[in-house]
Design a protein around this ligand. Structure first.
Ligand SMILES: C[S@@+](CC[C@H](N)C(=O)[O-])C[C@H]1O[C@@H](n2cnc3c(N)ncnc32)[C@H](O)[C@@H]1O
Length: 289
């Protein structure tokens, strides 16, 4: 009897994507970047890769994000997996930020697509993207230079960034938590809480946990090692556990969700705040296109 040697991802999704992706353009892009120099420029030798990150294959790519192929193919594939449209889904996070933040941190920034949108929306803010993969950061930096966007990329672990406490007005994470064990997601939220100023906003855009529970085939087909555990979890509860208030989650179309939390203000600064929950004034919900 024949044994199944190919994963579902290899059998079904990879052939579809290979038709959608312009392979020659990718090869030209690969050859136009000095990956070796870029990786050594971004690698911080102090960074220790957590086990889940080293041993996992994400999106069916061997060695996860620590390779050039992952960084090259990430954008061409991601545009097809965020219905009804990648920009609309990402914009739901950017538009939900209230006020005029001075410093914004994008955790697990990958190739920087959301990071750039944050900078465009808040041109006066200092925007930093942090990621564990030097290869993804090389790609992000290449895109930043090509588009002349002034953002900073930093190699680091979102669980323990080494950045100063209370130094950001906004911390966000896009499409990060479905790729981490829930315990890691909770640790990242505690680190984000530490990094935020009082009153600072935390935003998490990721897979819709309700949808993932209702449509288990999604977890099977995407072959993310932790997506099923993520789907069984509850980002609201994780935010509350980390200390955030005004927590809530809204659907972003069918496949994604956006979660919010605010780091509490000191008691003295709460005086004068209206009674009750004003979160809907502070954080406008994304509306379908
Ligand atoms: C699915 S990608 C999302 C990238 C980007 N945020 C986006 O929206 O396209 C997940 C990213 O998280 C990064 N990552 C995973 N665990 C991390 C951690 N503990 N600290 C920092 N980055 C991490 C991966 O290297 C990868 O670039």
């Amino acid at each position: 009897m024949a044994t199944q040697s190919k994963t579902l991802f290899e059998q079904f999704l990879a052939p579809i994507f290979s038709h959608l992706v312009d392979r020659d353009a990718l090869l030209r892009l690969r050859d136009s970047i000095d990956w070796e120099a870029g990786v050594s420029q971004f690698t911080n030798p102090q960074v220790v890769y957590p086990n889940y990150y080293k041993i996992s294959n994400f999106h069916g790519i061997k060695n996860g994000y620590l390779n050039v192929d992952a960084a090259l193919t990430y954008d061409p594939i991601t545009q097809y997996v965020l219905p009804p449209g990648e920009t609309w889904v990402r914009a739901s996070l950017v538009k939900a930020i209230g006020g005029e933040p001075r410093r914004i941190l994008d955790l697990g920034c990958g190739t920087g697509t959301t990071t750039f949108m944050l900078k465009r929306q808040f041109p006066n803010a200092e925007v930093i993207g942090l990621d564990l993969s030097p290869q993804m950061l090389v790609m992000a930096n290449y895109k930043a230079q090509a588009a002349a966007v002034d953002v900073t990329f930093r190699h680091g672990n979102a669980m323990s960034t080494g950045l100063p406490a209370a130094s950001f007005d906004v911390v966000c994470a896009t499409l990060l938590f479905h790729e981490t064990p829930p315990a890691v997601a909770k640790t990242i939220l505690s680190e984000a809480f530490r990094l935020l100023t009082p009153g600072g906003q935390m935003l998490v855009l990721d897979g819709n946990q309700r949808t993932l529970r209702a449509a288990d085939w999604l977890s099977t087909i995407f072959e993310e090692p932790f997506i099923r555990d993520y789907g069984q979890g509850n980002v609201d509860a994780w935010l509350g556990y980390a200390g955030f208030e005004r927590v809530r989650t809204e659907d972003v179309f069918w496949l994604n969700q956006l979660s919010y939390g605010r780091k509490p203000l000191p008691v003295a600064e709460r005086i004068g705040e209206p009674e009750g929950d004003r979160q809907s004034d502070d954080l406008p919900l994304p509306q379908p296109a």
